[in-house]
Each structure stands twice: as structure tokens, then as C-alpha cells.
Design a protein. Structure first.
Length: 552
């Protein structure tokens, strides 16, 4: 296997195991070619996957029977067959020519290699075969129709979307929005590097999570440190930045909506039936007549200055699973058969009989990738009467990106709330509400924690902590600066099912109490509704506790 870029290595690692598993006749060696400008991270990726590696310069010494590559930059060495897999969805993108001005079609090998009679191009659709042969007559008769093993695996995993979503830490009832960016100035990240932060600022925290899938070339060109520095506010606000290998597939399958560009991952998402918006689209980089060009014609654009949450909700509501069926049909031939056809091709080029048993069709494993825990929020609350009951509507937005949040009007009570573990002490000292990270063992412990917290942070007006073991019904103790103590006992709205099995957390209970306090509610006792956008409702019973908490 020729290992030149992270992109090409990932494609082989995600494709080959199902093809050659359990066959003692086949030995796999990864030949590392460090010549690419995007080779940073290849050695680490090969080491992490326990691959046997040798320098590509020694390829001829190994005397391979087949060279398999997901990069078009393959050596004309060894005298053996060469099979080139696309490292994305077909041949859809123009990239800069390796020398001088101009562009070339990404994924197509040089004509001299096609003319040697030993090199084959794998294609995922008959239209790709026609496209390549028209642009490169030397490719005529040198293509193998395989399909797309990556798309097949994604498609097979769709029934496990809920499990994959939970594995990523997405709460039940929340939507997962996935950002997908290819590389280059016309990409999503290249054209709008602050989009992730704006989305996290404007999508209510209790209703959404955001993940980002970045093309491996972005990581290779800029380095992980630079990317994390650029996205630091978004990462602090809970952005789930997916690793370049393997785990990105779980995020795409788990997605409720995709915001992307002209890259392959966006096309995979649309072909899976995910509601899709284009936040960027480098039309000048797209090869005419391809599936991604079709996607660019029919997918709506995300309007950066408009209501982001409204646009995503409209896409989820209006885009059915067959919205991009024509894109899927234009990109993938006979979905479900790709691994079997790839195995037939590889064994044929090796001149070996295929194993009797059919190749497996595994679904994706549940990944353990998690976002940084959000520990501070700008909270907006408003009080109204709904169905005869006083009800507080709360939205929480991560404080790390509050600069991206539009101003609220006078009808809302706005305050800063932090977990006691918030690392930025500037935020802790500025917070109106402090929330305990762990449950207090008993009421006495909760009272002591509240008193100590209010004494330590004189700017705080309230402190809240869970009571006892988490689980329904949720119980929290909220202490106010004036000495009052309020217990909040949470449950599902109107006796119906609750979106969160554990009920509202202590931060939401505190937001309800604080909004009632600031709204001048005469009594902090009774039954109140709590609405958490979008579309989630709880019922909380508040009762005053006897005795005052020390005020510090």
C-alpha cells in the first residue's frame, strides 16, 4: 500500500480490512512516500494503526504483487499491477497542477502510467468512467467499476445513528449539526473560519450540539496546534472536532443536519439523506457534470447573516430523505456491493481465487470522541403564562462565543452562569449564578456548599447544586444572596415523557429561579413550567426551605 498523504492512508485503512481479512496468502506492507506537501501526520497514523512500514524508495526490493494506492501519485516501479482508489467521491475537483500554472483533475494518474498497461483506476459510477476517459483518452479500458466502500459502510450504519449520537455525547432530544470542510480558500473553513463559533453562539445549547469534520489536508498544511488555536472559542463552547481517521464517519451518520461545501464529506451526507445546507461552494474547483456539481445546483445556501437556527430547522423540516436521491444515483453505482466488487478486483489482479465466504458488511463502531465540557453560559430567560401556568423559557449559549450572539431585548432576563469548575476565573467572578458540578451528599452538604460559594464569590447572586444521586426526579437546591433557599424538583411537562431522562439539570433549575427573582415574582414557591428551546418542556415544583443559608 502506497502511503503518501493522510487522506489516502485513511481511505485504505477504512477500506482494505474487510477485503483481505483472514487470508494468510496476502501480506500487506505500507510504503511511506514523504514527498507530498500534505504528508504531515502519515507516520503517526501508520504507527497508531500498527502498520508494517518501509520507505517507498525500497518498494522495488519488496517485489510486490500489487500496489494499491488512494493517491494518484504512484511510482512506476516493480512491474506489478497498480490499482488506484479515489480518495473521495470520484474525480470531482480541480486542484493546482504540480508544476506551473493551471489545474488538474484530482485523483487521475498521469497518462504515462495509464499507458503502461499495468495501472487501473477504480470508479464508483459509470458516469465517472465516461468522464475520465473523455478527459484522459489513455484511461480507456483502464477503469474498474467498484462502487464506493466508504458510502456503503456509512449507509449500513444509518440504523445505529441514535447509538452513535449518544457515543458522541449528544443528549437525547438534541440535534447534531455537522460542519464539513474540504481544503483551500473556497472551502467552508477557508471562506468563513468563524462559522463554528457563530453557530454555537446562536443555537441554544440545550437543543443542539455542533461537530466539525475537516479535510486531512487542512490538518497537514496548518498543524493541529494552529487549527485548535483558530477554533479555540468554538472548542471551549463545545465544538466536537472530529479526528481525521475513522471517527468522522460516526459523526456524519449521527448528524441531524450537515452544513458543508463542495467536498466529498458533504456529498456523502446529502447522499445519506441528511438535510444539507451549503455554507460555501467553490464552483470554480468543481468538475462539470459531476454529482457534486448537481448538489451545488439543488442544495440551499446557508445565509451567514440570517437566523442560523431557523435555517437549520427549516432544512430539517423541509428536506426529506429523498431530497438528494438524484445526487446519490449520480455518484454511487449499486450501493452495498462495493466491498465485494473491490475484493474481486484485488484478487483478480493478484491472480488468486477469492475466499468462499462473502466479505463482511460491518456497521460503524460507537466512538468515544467527546467535546470539551461547556462550563459557562450566557442565559436568557423570559416569563409568561402558558396553559394557565407561569412558565419560564430559557436559552443557554456558551459564554466562550457570546461575542457572536445577537443582543436580546428588554423582555428577557440575561445573566452569566458558570459551573464551579469553569477554568476562566474572570467568568467565575463575573457570574450571577454558580452551579455545583457534583451532587451534594445531603441537604446539609448542599447548604454548606452554597454558603461557602456565596462567601467566596461576592458578585454571585445565587448558587445551585444537585441534591443526592442524579436521576429522575431531579432535585436541586438553589441559594440566593438574600438568604433564601429554594428546592427545585423537576419532572416531565404535564405528566408526559421527558426529553431528558434525568430531568433539568441544576443550571436550568437555577435559571428558572433567577428569572422569577428578576421578574419580580411575588413567591418562589409553587409549580412552574420550564421550556428549553427548541420544543423541550419540563415541570418544576419550587418550595422554600426552612431556615436561612448564611449570606457570606
Amino acid at each position: 500500500m502506497l502511503s503518501r498523504t493522510v487522506t489516502s492512508v485513511v481511505r485504505v485503512l477504512e477500506t482494505l480490512p474487510a477485503v483481505v481479512r483472514g487470508d494468510p496468502r496476502i501480506g500487506v506492507v505500507f510504503a511511506h512516500d514523504p514527498a507530498s506537501a500534505f504528508q504531515d501526520g502519515v507516520s503517526r497514523l501508520l504507527e497508531e494503526n500498527d502498520c508494517r512500514v518501509l520507505p517507498a524508495a525500497r518498494l522495488a526490493e519488496v517485489r510486490p504483487d500489487l500496489i494499491l494506492s488512494a493517491s494518484e501519485n504512484v511510482p512506476d516501479a516493480g512491474g506489478c499491477p497498480v490499482l488506484v482508489l479515489p480518495h473521495g467521491v470520484g474525480f470531482q475537483k480541480f486542484v493546482p497542477a504540480p508544476a506551473g500554472p493551471g489545474v488538474r483533475v484530482s485523483g487521475v494518474v498521469q497518462d504515462r502510467l495509464l499507458e503502461n498497461g499495468r495501472t487501473w483506476l477504480a470508479v464508483s459510477h459509470p458516469d465517472q468512467r465516461a468522464q475520465v476517459e473523455e478527459a484522459h483518452p489513455a484511461a480507456k479500458g483502464r477503469t474498474l467499476l467498484i462502487g464506493d466502500p466508504c458510502f456503503d459502510e456509512l449507509r449500513t450504519s444509518l440504523p445505529r445513528a441514535a447509538d452513535l449520537r449518544r457515543g458522541l455525547g449528544v443528549p437525547d432530544g438534541a440535534r447534531l449539526v455537522v460542519l464539513s470542510s474540504t481544503w483551500g480558500p473556497a472551502s467552508l473553513l477557508g471562506s468563513d473560519p468563524r462559522l463554528a463559533g457563530r453557530l454555537l453562539a446562536r443555537l441554544p445549547y440545550d437543543g443542539y450540539r455542533v461537530a466539525a469534520i475537516l479535510h486531512p489536508n487542512i490538518w497537514a498544511a496548518h498543524g493541529a496546534w494552529q487549527i485548535r488555536a483558530l477554533l479555540a472559542p468554538a472548542l471551549d463552547a463545545g465544538l466536537l472536532l472530529m479526528p481525521t481517521a475513522h471517527a468522522w464517519r460516526s459523526a456524519l451518520v449521527a448528524a441531524d443536519a450537515v452544513v458543508g461545501d463542495h467536498g466529498s464529506v458533504t456529498l456523502y451526507g446529502a447522499a445519506l439523506g441528511k438535510p444539507t445546507l451549503l455554507g460555501a461552494f467553490g464552483a470554480g474547483e468543481v468538475v462539470p457534470g459531476t454529482a457534486v456539481e448537481r448538489l451545488g445546483r439543488i442544495a440551499p445556501r446557508l445565509v451567514a447573516g440570517a437566523d442560523l437556527a431557523g435555517q437549520i430547522e427549516r432544512a430539517v423540516r423541509e428536506q426529506g430523505p429523498d431530497r438528494y436521491a438524484s445526487v446519490r444515483r449520480a455518484a454511487f453505482d449499486r450501493p452495498g456491493d462495493a466491498v465485494a466488487r473491490l475484493r474481486t478486483a484485488i484478487y483478480g489482479l493478484l491472480d488468486l481465487d477469492e475466499p468462499d465466504a462473502p466479505p463482511p458488511r460491518p456497521a460503524l463502531p460507537v466512538t468515544g470522541a467527546r467535546a470539551t465540557e461547556v462550563s459557562s453560559w450566557l442565559v436568557t430567560g423570559s416569563l409568561a403564562t402558558r396553559d394557565g401556568r407561569p412558565t419560564v423559557t430559557v436559552e443557554r449559549h456558551p459564554a466562550a462565543v457570546v461575542g457572536e450572539l445577537a443582543a436580546t431585548d428588554d423582555r428577557h432576563v440575561v445573566h452569566l452562569a458558570c459551573l464551579e469548575t469553569e477554568p476562566d476565573q474572570r467568568l467565575v467572578e463575573s457570574s450571577s449564578v454558580i452551579v455545583g458540578r457534583d451532587p451534594a451528599a445531603d441537604e446539609a452538604g448542599a447548604r454548606a456548599w452554597i454558603a461557602g460559594t456565596l462567601a467566596r464569590l461576592p458578585g454571585a447572586r445565587a448558587a445551585a447544586v444537585p441534591l443526592g444521586t442524579p436521576g429522575p426526579p431531579s432535585r436541586h437546591l438553589v441559594g440566593l444572596r438574600d438568604g433564601r433557599l429554594v428546592e427545585a424538583d423537576g419532572g416531565p411537562a404535564d405528566g408526559g415523557p421527558d426529553d431528558h431522562a434525568d430531568g433539568p439539570d441544576a443550571g436550568l433549575a437555577a435559571a428558572l429561579v433567577y428569572t422569577l427573582l428578576r421578574a419580580g415574582t411575588p413567591s418562589l414557591a409553587g409549580e412552574f413550567g420550564l421550556r428549553v428551546a427548541p420544543g423541550r418542556a419540563h415541570r418544576l415544583r419550587l418550595r422554600a426551605h426552612a431556615g436561612d443559608a448564611p449570606q457570606g
